[in-house]
Write a new protein. Structure first.
Length: 370
């Protein structure tokens, strides 16, 4: 199966500077391709130290120049915060200089601090996402962007350079609500799965989306991509300590960054799910929810991580898994140990299992050429 590495530039420890956070992450990123990881990923966030990555395309272009074969993925670019033309241009540039190694993940955003900082109404984010995603995806195929929507009014312009290859089969959405599933399926997007719900719910919703996608398009959905915060150690006690300290800290930072306990979600169009989530947190307590989010992540000894990864990838029919191995204020030495343990004891075995699972399946390239 496909195994990738994700980078979350999180600065929860106030004693560690932004530059030190970057040095640690970039050092590990440079080790990924030589160690055998098949892709490198990052997400987009702004305005605090939850995740200090304002421009995924810029980081991925930097990594394109430091790698030869690794795929380069966004998980995700939040397109309502951008001019769609600039998104399309940055992606086609990355695809050109990398020789077609881009995997494009798009999302509509959730952090109020970020919408406020960009002077945007969160209630418009769904419509912005729909129109921007449609315009961007069309332009990646045609080399031209032209759009007449409710929000986006774009006169005809050329996108230069063109994308190296078609983006059909290598474009993904981070989450698909029931309300937007048909839209995402029509756009031809696969799913990036980041655990936030019980696994039985994730399996059911992923299966339903695959069926809907095939009904809309007449061909199979790209296999989804599983993203996981991964902690592993050969010592079971130390593995448990890492999970309980760093994955728990990351989960709590997620609750705080997205303000899951703030009633404002109940008043914002398109975010009804999170209003229900707040009520669930109130019912069970934030510590219980914190533990729930953390325990959704794969952790433990190498054998436990291998077993859990295979089980989840098969249950969800994923292309593979993207591992984030530094989070929650994890010191540089522990992040390096976590990474090396995965490389030495987990990565080779997982790559040898279900070798037919791969991001960017040749079937999609064949369909593009046809």
């Amino acid at each position: 199966m496909h195994i990738g590495a994700g980078f979350f530039f999180q600065g929860l420890d106030p004693k560690v500077s932004d530059q030190e956070v970057y040095r640690t992450q970039l050092d590990i990123a440079d080790q990924c391709e030589p160690a055998g990881f098949q892709s490198i990923w990052t997400a987009e966030h702004h305005f605090n130290r939850y995740h200090m990555m304002p421009n995924p395309a810029q980081f991925l272009t930097y990594m394109a120049g430091r790698t030869t074969n690794a795929l380069l993925g966004s998980m995700v670019m939040v397109i309502p915060w951008h001019d769609p033309i600039r998104v399309a241009e940055s992606i086609t540039f990355l695809d050109t200089v990398s020789g077609g190694r881009t995997i494009l993940g798009l999302g509509r955003g959730l952090g109020k601090i970020e919408f406020d900082g960009f002077r945007q109404d969160m209630g418009e984010s769904r419509q912005r996402f729909i129109e921007y995603a449609d315009a961007i995806s069309q332009s990646l195929e045609t080399g031209v962007m032209e759009y007449d929507g409710q929000i986006l009014k774009q006169p005809k312009v050329e996108i230069r350079p063109n994308a190296a290859f078609s983006f059909r089969g290598r474009t993904y959405a981070s989450a698909v609500s029931p309300e937007s599933a048909k839209i995402m399926a029509k756009l031809g997007y696969g799913l990036i799965l980041i655990a936030q719900k019980p696994w039985e719910t994730v399996v059911r919703e992923t299966t339903e989306y695959a069926a809907l996608f095939e009904e809309v398009n007449g061909y199979e959905c790209p296999r989804p991509i599983l993203v996981n915060l991964t902690t592993v150690d050969t010592d079971p006690a130390r593995a448990a300590d890492m999970h309980n300290e760093y994955t728990m800290a990351y989960a709590r930072s997620t609750i705080d960054h997205y303000e899951f306990q703030n009633p404002h979600m109940e008043t914002i169009n398109g975010y009804e799910y999170y209003a229900g989530l707040r009520k669930n947190i109130e019912k069970h307590g934030v510590l219980t929810f914190n533990r729930f989010l953390a325990d959704l992540q794969i952790h433990g000894t190498p054998d436990q991580v291998i077993e859990a990864t295979v089980e989840r990838v098969r249950a969800l029919n994923c292309a593979g898994v993207i591992n984030m191995m530094s989070m929650g204020g994890m010191p540089a030495d522990i992040a390096q140990r976590n990474f090396r343990t995965y490389v030495d004891h987990v990565l080779p075995k997982l790559k040898a299992i279900d070798t037919f699972r791969e991001i960017g399946s040749p079937s999609y390239e064949t369909r593009r050429a046809a």
